[in-house]
Design a protein around this ligand. Structure first.
Ligand code: GDP
Length: 338
């Protein structure tokens, strides 16, 4: 089957019952579809595979809910399939009766884990936009408890399962995918170290390394992620593409690795004095950061002196970010996947 991973890609398998939201997630995250437009999507009826180039090569496979993987005719292929994937992402529709889904996910986890004990198991408690704040927590607790019990019954108490509350109507789906993909990046600890160093030597408050197309961040420094900061930085990518008047070809242009093309850079000052900083990296990635420049005591300085100070600091930042980009290139040349 052409679903089997023959080359060196980190593959994510997306599963779940019919209408749980698999196609919508793919369309919104990887094809910039507006969430409301997913209302009219055809339900998945055959396995589909999408490939993405990011820091690592990624493939996301979507399997239709009804497909019975455990029929003898499918058995051989599904064994190969599960042994080749990095993460199993199982989507549960939290607005629907989910007991069937829980039985289904436990069965799939049992199967996947026996074939490939290194597989990451990720459960999306999806469509939470329809649930009240309190009910979300109750639902999460209930699902975690029941999945835990089912796995215990199957003798799989050692299996690590991660849960995420998601919706395509806000940034939670991007946050979940960011964390899922980061687990598949072999170089992540090294990357995080580099980003921490950048923070240490500059005036950065927060740095994300974004995949421009999907707005998934493949790495960030070790300070905690605040969803609002993420949103501001993700939106800045769109603004930059708009501003450059590149919208039609913008995404492609940003993906070009033409050595003669100057990398796209953009700087913008927010009302509170924080500066948004974007610098294009390799392989469709962009470094987006929040910078806080402290001018110290400005009472004796002219506006020009203040501006010059900001300029100097920004050019130091530019220099350091270029050094980071070089490290990234080196890292990429010797890159592997987990
Ligand atoms: P699939 O069969 O698993 O591929 O499911 P679809 O992607 O076709 O989604 C089924 C329905 O769920 C569609 O009408 C989507 O608009 C809806 N849907 C998907 N994600 C969300 C979500 O996060 N919140 C809400 N409220 N609806 C969603």
């Amino acid at each position: 089957s052409d679903l089997i991973n023959k080359d060196n890609k980190a593959t994510i398998l997306l599963m779940g019952l019919r209408r749980c939201g698999k196609s919508s997630i793919c369309k919104v995250v990887f094809h910039n579809m507006q969430p409301l437009d997913t209302l009219y999507l055809e339900s998945t009826s055959k396995p589909t595979k999408e490939e993405f180039k990011s820091l690592i090569d990624l493939a996301v496979m979507e399997l239709p809910g009804q497909l019975n993987f455990f029929e003898p005719s499918n058995f051989y292929d599904s064994e190969k399939l599960f042994s080749s994937i990095g993460a199993l992402v199982y989507v549960i529709d939290s607005q629907d009766e989910y007991l069937n889904a829980l039985t289904n996910v436990s069965m799939i986890v049992e199967y996947a884990y026996r074939i490939n004990p290194k597989i990451h198991i990720e459960v999306l408690i999806h469509k939470i936009d329809g649930l009240s704040e309190d009910f979300r927590m109750d639902t999460q607790r209930d699902i975690m408890q029941r999945v835990g019990d089912e796995l215990l019954d199957l003798g799989l108490e050692g299996v690590q399962v991660s849960f995420y509350l998601t919706s395509i109507f806000d940034h939670s789906i991007y946050e979940a995918f960011s964390r899922i993909i980061q687990k598949l990046i072999f170089e992540l600890p090294a990357l995080e170290n580099l980003l921490d160093l950048l923070i240490q030597y500059n005036k950065f408050e927060k740095i994300f390394l974004f995949d421009i197309n999907s707005k998934i961040y493949v790495a960030t420094d070790s300070s905690p992620v605040d969803i609002q900061t993420y949103e501001v930085c993700a939106e800045f990518i769109d603004v930059t593409i708009d501003l450059d008047g590149l919208y039609e070809t913008g995404a492609e242009k940003l993906l070009l690795e033409d050595k003669n093309n100057k990398p796209i850079k953009c700087i913008s000052k927010l009302k509170n004095g924080t500066i948004l900083y974007l610098h294009q990296m390799i392989r469709g990635l962009a470094l987006v950061a929040l910078v806080r420049i402290d001018n110290g005591d400005t009472s004796n300085l002219s506006q020009k002196e203040i501006d010059d100070n900001v300029k100097t600091q920004l050019s130091i930042i530019d220099h350091n970010v270029c050094v980071f980009k070089k490290s990234l290139e080196k890292m990429w040349e010797s890159s592997r996947i987990k």
